[in-house]
Design a binder for this molecule. Structure first.
Ligand code: COI
Length: 361
């Protein structure tokens, strides 16, 4: 694989400092973007080329561009955190790079070398470092690397041209309520992914497929939808954009990766962080019926969702067509909060990085 260098062509007109500071004071999620983006092209026969850091701008696309019709697209999400000494570090970017390669394979796209993925993220953060929020708060700089098929034509086939882009967005809490328990609708008739499908790839189609079920969850008064497996319709898989953890006293359990569940970087990190804190952690199967039974008999003490954007978010009320139960009261559980704090302490540089997860820019 070729590894292109990234040519710097910075903006002559970055946003004024006062306007940027006003955005950083209350960034929300995914609403504002930094001054630059990185783009790298891939062409059949030539490989990766023309890596550039350029001003953030719309990308012109022919109406017959392949991705607009057949959704050959993949993406990632990772965050850059301001460290106590003012420097900036990203969290496990190599893991996102490797998942990006797995997603590319699944969607018949070219694989970007891990070091090019990481260098593209580094170059953008380095250039737009003033956009990384201050140390210590909930805020960070969310990076969104993605790749689209750019061949023009309506033939259904792997494209012969692609564009990789990284953009960045200052991010506060993903859920407007902050670290408050969210309510879950367990969908019984809609599935997110099927065996042999692309549930373990991070591709826009999985998120498009989740929108109707998410709207149905909202109509039932719930914040998020939870999917069951597509065959037996009983095994808990994941939420629309987050993995799930079940807390049984001193043990945390997350659904085993079956091929239809996205392998979250936060999910994986928590298996280790939990052990560091003295909890047992494991992968296993949990059915919706078991969830209700164990919540009601008190053995299932907490449930939380996790992901890069949402970090760790506690689950409160759970509803399905035939039942409704309370997983927790209005406050997050003790284990949920401890794990959340331990993970954030590593990411913010206030705890020892004993796994070597932080990548200094
Ligand atoms: C993330 O947590 O980074 C995600 O990709 C979830 C969502 C914002 C799409």
């Amino acid at each position: 694989m070729t590894t292109p260098t990234i040519e710097l062509k910075p903006s002559a007109h970055p946003l004024a400092a006062a306007e940027r500071e006003a955005i950083l004071a209350s960034p929300g999620f995914g609403r504002h973007f930094t001054d630059h983006m990185v783009t790298i092209k891939w062409t059949e026969g030539r490989g990766w080329h023309d890596g550039q850091l350029v001003p953030y701008a719309p990308i012109p696309l022919d109406p017959a561009t392949n991705v607009l019709h057949y959704a050959q697209e993949i993406f990632e999400g990772l965050k850059a955190y301001r460290q106590p000494d003012g420097s900036v570090a990203t969290f496990r970017p190599d893991q996102n790079a490797k998942r990006f390669q797995r997603s590319a394979r699944r969607l018949a796209m070219p694989e970007l070398p891990v070091e090019t993925f990481v260098e593209a993220c580094d170059a953008l953060v380095r250039q737009d470092q003033d956009w990384v929020p201050a140390h210590g708060g909930e805020e960070s700089l969310y990076l969104r690397p993605f790749m689209i098929a750019t061949e023009v034509g309506l033939g259904v086939k792997p494209a012969n041209e692609y564009l990789f882009i990284v953009i960045a967005s200052p991010a506060g809490a993903y859920f407007p309520g902050g670290v408050k328990p969210v309510s879950i609708w367990v969908s019984e008739d809609r599935v997110r992914a099927v065996p042999g499908g692309m549930g373990d790839a991070k591709t826009g189609g999985n998120y498009a497929a989740s929108l109707l079920a998410q709207a149905e969850a909202a109509a039932k008064g719930c914040d998020q939808v939870c999917y069951l497996d597509a065959v037996e319709h009983q095994w808990v898989e994941e939420l629309g954009g987050m993995n799930l953890y079940f807390v049984y006293g001193n043990k945390i359990v997350t659904p085993t990766l079956t091929g239809s569940i996205l392998e979250g970087v936060t999910r994986d990190s928590l298996l280790a962080v939990a052990r560091d804190l003295g909890y047992e952690s494991e992968e296993g199967r949990v059915s919706a019926a078991q969830w209700q039974r164990d919540a009601e008999n008190g053995t299932l003490t907490e449930v939380f969702a996790c992901g890069t954007a949402a970090v760790i978010t506690p689950v409160g009320t759970v509803k399905r067509a035939s039942a409704e139960w309370k997983q927790s009261g209005s406050e997050p559980g003790e284990v949920t909060l401890r794990l959340r704090q331990a993970l954030l302490d590593i990411q913010r540089g206030t705890a020892a990085d004993q796994h070597g997860w932080m990548h200094k820019i």
